[in-house]
Write a protein that binds this ligand. Structure first.
Ligand SMILES: NC(=O)c1ccc[n+]([C@@H]2O[C@H](COP(=O)([O-])OP(=O)(O)OC[C@H]3O[C@@H](n4cnc5c(N)ncnc54)[C@H](O)[C@@H]3O)[C@@H](O)[C@H]2O)c1
Length: 429
């Protein structure tokens, strides 16, 4: 039976490689839709959790994982030889940057090597990890074709960028449109058939390169606009204008404006990283991505700026950072998530540590942290006392903001969480 028919009859066996923030929700969505799904991960702890019917990702309900596992539609394994039993495989492994800001393709390559060992006629392989344009055609296709199969005939290959937005209450895997680009028209058709089973809207594009570039445009758009608004915030502070009031008024324009907000810097596994995949690739064609570099520079300097503002705030009370007790609210990179990858709060902690601050933090989603020499455990919000300055680094809904200006001598609010509060001891970006 052709894969398209197997997919429409829910008889295709689907493999998801990499069961993290992207892979686990996708695997559960396919299993909920009636497919037989196997998750593959090198992390035995995650595999054991899934097989025990538990979720370790906040956006994925344990009840959903348990129901799929009990129904026999979802299982996880570290045994890559089981890839040979799959009809379709989604690659959702990390794509970080090296210290030199070059793409680290080692996870994608190692997942593809495992697939290549077990590739069989009629198999569909889709790369979902964010990467530079050309990865699917230049890296994956030759690895699979080296096994003697021709793309579009012997096997199908596509790229489909993942758009998951952790903690977004409105948009999830199912109702976020999915862009799909195949290597050949046949590849696009089969890949679209796979996703239309688990996703409401599939957006076909003409090639894997276009699909790869779509994701990088989306994330570069965010990085550049956040960079712009951060620079406007710095400018407004110099000119004694409230940037938050400016944005609130500007966004009443019903066309031609989209609000972005200043903050302590970029975080997460996407926005601070993905644009550099693009600039790295563009450089190979002799093209310099000036917006990306500039936005990276402005956004990357925000933690330093926040520390400078904390220093000014303490100075207004005749205090120095050195020896002051400074407490951070929120360590995760954004509200209501536990992910602290690239979180600017970690940079702020490091900078304050180097200047001699006595540090502590509260984050209901991050029980403990070790960042260089800084090793701390989260303090319960009600137990925080004797602090010289409180810093709102991430605006989790769980925090009781109304109390903060009364409880602490100074509050550095990097997220406008205390919006509208007229207290004199609040310092905003
Ligand atoms: N997190 C997001 O919000 C988000 C959004 C859109 C796109 N993305 C992209 O999706 C990809 C995955 O990101 P993530 O946040 O899910 O990462 P993650 O770190 O949460 O998960 C990746 C998983 O892959 C596993 N893994 C690593 N190498 C493996 C291998 N060779 N074989 C099998 N498993 C392996 C890891 O153990 C981990 O469980 C990245 O390219 C990222 O840029 C992430």
């Amino acid at each position: 039976m052709h894969l398209k028919e197997k997919l429409s009859r829910r008889q295709a066996r689907i493999g998801v490689i990499g069961l993290g923030y992207v892979g686990l929700p996708l695997a559960v969505e396919f299993a909920r839709d009636g497919f037989d799904v196997t998750g593959f991960d090198v992390d035995g702890t995650k595999v054991a959790e899934i097989n025990a019917g538990r979720s370790y990702i906040l956006d994925v309900n344990t009840a959903d994982v348990a129901a799929c596992v009990t129904a026999g539609r979802l299982r996880a394994t570290t045994d890559m030889s089981k890839l040979g039993d799959m009809d379709a495989v989604d690659i959702c492994v990390p794509t970080p940057l090296r210290k030199t800001k070059d793409p680290d393709m080692s996870y994608v390559v190692s997942a593809a090597e495992e697939i290549a060992k077990h590739i069989h006629p009629g198999m569909l392989i889709v790369l979902e990890s964010t990467t530079y344009p050309g990865t699917t055609a230049e890296v994956l296709q030759p690895m699979f074709e080296a096994r003697g199969l021709t793309v579009g005939e012997g096997f199908y290959l596509a790229f489909s960028p993942e758009r998951v937005d952790p903690a977004n209450e409105k948009f999830n895997t199912r109702n976020t449109p999915k862009v799909v680009g195949g290597t050949t028209p046949a590849c696009s058709e089969v890949a679209a058939a796979l996703y239309s089973a688990a996703v409401d809207t599939v957006v076909p594009v003409s090639s894997t390169q276009v699909a790869e570039m779509v994701k990088l445009l989306e994330n570069t758009f965010r990085a550049v606009n956040i960079g712009l608004v951060n620079e406007i915030a710095l400018m407004c502070h110099r000119m004694n204008i409230d940037v938050w009031e400016v944005i609130d008024a500007a966004k009443t324009k019903p066309f031609g404006f989209m609000p972005f907000y200043p903050g302590p810097g970029l975080g997460g596994h996407c926005i601070p990283i993905d644009p550099f995949y693009l600039s790295w690739k563009a450089k190979q064609s002799g093209f310099e991505c000036r917006f990306i570099e500039l936005a990276g520079h402005v956004n990357g300097s925000m933690p330093e700026y926040v520390v400078e503002r904390i220093s000014e705030a303490l100075n207004s009370c005749r205090k120095a950072i050195n020896g002051s007790r400074i407490h951070l609210f929120g360590i995760a990179y954004k509200k209501d998530v536990s992910d602290m990858r690239e979180s600017p709060a970690l940079d702020i902690l490091q900078l304050l540590h180097r200047r001699g601050a006595d540090l502590s933090y509260t984050d209901p989603y991050v029980p403990s942290l070790k960042e260089g020499p800084v090793c701390l455990r989260s303090v319960a919000e009600e137990a925080v006392s004797g602090v010289d300055c409180a810093v709102i680094a991430t605006d989790h809904k769980a925090f009781n903001y109304a109390n903060m200006p009364g409880r602490f001598p100074l509050v550095m609010d990097t997220r406008n969480a205390l919006k509208g509060n007229p207290a004199k001891n609040i310092f905003r970006l």
